[in-house]
Ligand binder design. Structure first.
Ligand SMILES: CC(C)(COP(=O)(O)OP(=O)(O)OC[C@H]1O[C@@H](n2cnc3c(N)ncnc32)[C@H](O)[C@@H]1OP(=O)(O)O)[C@@H](O)C(=O)NCCC(=O)NCCS
Length: 279
């Protein structure tokens, strides 16, 4: 039977606190941070290919024309535009205006989820031997070092086809390391025959926890590793007494169901508009 999870007590407050730490992260890692009409802009000439560090963040209702003007103004030298929108109405009107003006833009929707339940069933199934072929029984994740984590992250980037440009992979990898350092993250992982095959990052800032970058190498999937790692990170956040622990998932993909099963509840959406200008 499905356990009954309580709803998040105050989703909008949870969302506000998540936005706050994400803004702090962008401010801390970007070369420049600037307030603009309805939001803010970060630019990083040291990592120009990292979208997150060269983006417009729209937080309040803003007219789509003004959003585009701001994006063009602040990213004039870049070969792409990257806009993240927290305001649902602005996202809807921007989507309408961009997608009716022709191809070129890509839209992703992400859901912010907050841990709000006991993880009694978190690792049910871990240690199971689904194929009956002697899969190792897991008891606890291991800590991966930076090199192991970086190797696995690069495998993920290759799966996402970022490796058609090696500079992109190097810059995103550098960004990932900087973000991990800022958050003093622990990288939890699983090794098979000495090789790291799965990871999840457990981050904390004060009473806020962030479970980020859930990845299992293709050959090691469906063995319960992601469930083990995210469940462990969630348990650790509870033991540490964090009062808000979040995870960000693609709203159009299935892993959000795994996170829901582990006790994460949706508290809001964010829309990312991206366009490569092809120059
Ligand atoms: C998402 C990902 C980390 C899952 O890793 P995994 O180690 O294979 O996951 P698990 O074996 O722990 O599976 C956890 C649950 O998800 C389910 N699941 C796994 N793969 C699935 C799939 N392709 N479709 C639907 N459900 C799936 C499993 O059945 C399992 O449910 P159960 O425990 O109730 O049986 C892995 O597929 C991956 O690395 N994908 C690419 C990166 C990514 O999308 N990361 C998530 C970002 S939000």
């Amino acid at each position: 039977m499905e356990p009954a999870f309580p709803a998040v007590a105050d989703p909008s407050e949870a969302r506000r606190r998540i936005d706050e730490v994400l803004e702090w992260t962008a401010r801390s890692l970007a070369d420049e941070f600037r307030e603009v009409n309805g939001g803010w802009v970060v630019r990083s000439r040291s990592l120009p290919l990292v979208h997150s560090l060269n983006r417009l963040q729209v937080k309040q209702p803003v007219d789509p024309k003004e959003v585009l003007r701001l994006a063009d103004e602040h990213a004039a030298d870049l070969a792409y535009r990257h806009i993240e929108v927290d305001d649902a109405q602005t996202a809807a009107s921007l989507q309408h205006s961009l997608f009716s003006s022709g191809p070129g833009w890509r839209l992703d929707r992400e859901v912010f989820m907050v841990l709000d339940a006991p993880t009694a069933s978190a690792r049910a199934g871990v240690g199971a031997d689904p194929d009956g072929e002697g899969t190792a029984v897991l008891t606890a994740p291991v800590r991966l070092d930076d090199d192991e984590a970086d190797r696995l992250m690069r495998q993920w980037f290759a799966e996402e086809h970022l490796d058609s440009d090696p500079d992109v992979v190097d810059q995103v990898s550098e960004y990932s390391l900087r973000e991990g350092g800022l958050w003093k993250e622990q990288v939890l992982g699983v090794r098979e025959e000495g090789q790291a095959v799965a990871l999840t990052k457990s981050r904390a800032r004060g009473s806020v926890g962030w479970v980020e970058d859930v990845y299992t190498a293709p050959a090691a999937r469906r063995k319960g590793y992601a469930r083990l790692l995210v469940g462990h990170a969630a348990d650790a956040a509870r033991v540490a007494g964090r009062d808000l622990t979040f995870i960000i998932a693609d709203d159009n993909d299935w892993p959000k169901r795994l996170y829901a099963d582990l006790g994460f509840r949706p508290v809001g959406l964010t829309w990312t508009f991206h366009r490569d200008l092809g120059r």
